[in-house]
Design a protein around this ligand. Structure first.
Ligand code: C2E
Ligand code: MG
Ligand code: MG
Ligand code: MG
Length: 282
């Protein structure tokens, strides 16, 4: 009986593994199709100048409008896209869509349009031989000025092979685009790479903001990061501001640019633009 039981368990296990595998393959081919079927959506989150509360930049964040499961956040499909290599197609689509959208906005309402748009690039992009051409193509095809495009890479990506990475980034910077370090402060980073890698923007990770209010040590840490960035001549954007208290405190710590639910959630360009048109800056 024990043996039969064991065998049953094994069969159940095997069937489940099989189902999971099929599910994954199905998910993968549907994700592959999503890019071509036009199911990806560009959402934009405001980056605000905290001294004036005016919109200065936007971050492009991908969504998948899955006909079966509804609107999917990046966490639901980016890991699979990264494992399968589809991510470079997604990032390419997002870069063009982001450049086009912001260029149109700047043309039609130069007064309210963001000065820059940042797009996220996963690690695999640095292995795409024609990455610089892709960036150049997105700019040329849409007419967006190069200085309006920011490419966000995470610390861990930047540190993989500093010499190679620095070369690739320098190539792209020669086009006139800017480079941001995303989730700054979360990697196992020595600060040494700030010396070797050409960077223009630091994006301070949201984890530094959670628990900021009432915690002196955290505040000093954020103040130091802001000072470091500013001393190096970089723009520093603090991520994840969810409350007015956090914002007020950040201003006293020397913060100039911030992003977070309190200042605006990611949303499609049309709703962002209509909200900006009707609601005056607080
Ligand atoms: P990220 O680049 O660090 O983007 C910021 C994430 O924090 C976004 O999540 C945003 O919605 C969220 N966020 C912003 N403000 C707040 C806040 O005040 N509180 C909280 N709790 N969250 C906030 P989202 O859109 O789910 O994106 C998650 C991550 O997925 C991004 O982190 C980025 O690493 C990745 N991602 C998004 N779009 C793309 C893309 O087009 N390409 C690639 N390669 N990765 C992307
Ligand atoms: Mg980002
Ligand atoms: Mg970030
Ligand atoms: Mg982050």
């Amino acid at each position: 009986a024990a043996k039969a039981h064991g065998k049953n368990c094994y069969q159940v296990f095997e069937t489940r593994m099989h189902e999971q595998l099929l599910d994954r393959l199905d998910q993968e081919s549907r994700l592959r199709e999503a890019v071509h079927r036009g199911e990806l959506r560009l959402h934009l989150q405001p980056v605000v100048d905290v001294t004036t509360r005016e919109l200065r930049g936007v971050e492009a964040l991908v969504r998948w409008e899955d006909p079966e499961r509804g609107l999917q956040p990046p966490g639901a499909f980016i890991p699979l896209a990264e494992e399968t290599g589809l991510i470079t197609e997604i990032d390419r689509w997002m870069m063009i869509e982001a450049c086009r959208t912001v260029r149109e906005w700047q043309e039609s309402s130069p007064e309210t349009a963001p000065h820059w748009v940042s797009v996220n690039l996963s690690a695999a992009n640095l292995e795409v031989p024609d990455l610089t051409d892709r960036v150049a193509y997105a700019l040329a095809g849409t007419g967006l000025a190069p200085e309006c495009l920011v490419l966000e890479l995470t610390e861990t990506v930047l540190m993989r092979d500093i010499a190679v990475t620095a070369g690739r980034l320098e190539e792209m910077r020669e086009l006139g685009v800017r480079i941001a370090i995303d989730d700054f402060g979360t990697g196992y980073s020595s600060l040494g790479y700030l010396r070797d890698i050409p960077v223009d923007v630091l994006k301070v990770d949201r984890s530094f903001i959670t628990g900021l209010v009432g915690h002196q040590r955290q505040q000093e840490l954020v103040r130091a990061i802001l000072q470091l960035g500013h001393t190096l001549g970089l723009k520093v954007v603090v991520e994840g501001i969810e409350t007015e208290d956090q914002l007020d405190l950040l201003i006293t710590l020397g913060c100039r640019f911030a992003q977070g639910y309190f200042l605006g959630r990611p949303e499609p360009v049309a709703s962002l633009r209509s909200r900006l048109a009707t609601v005056p800056a607080p």
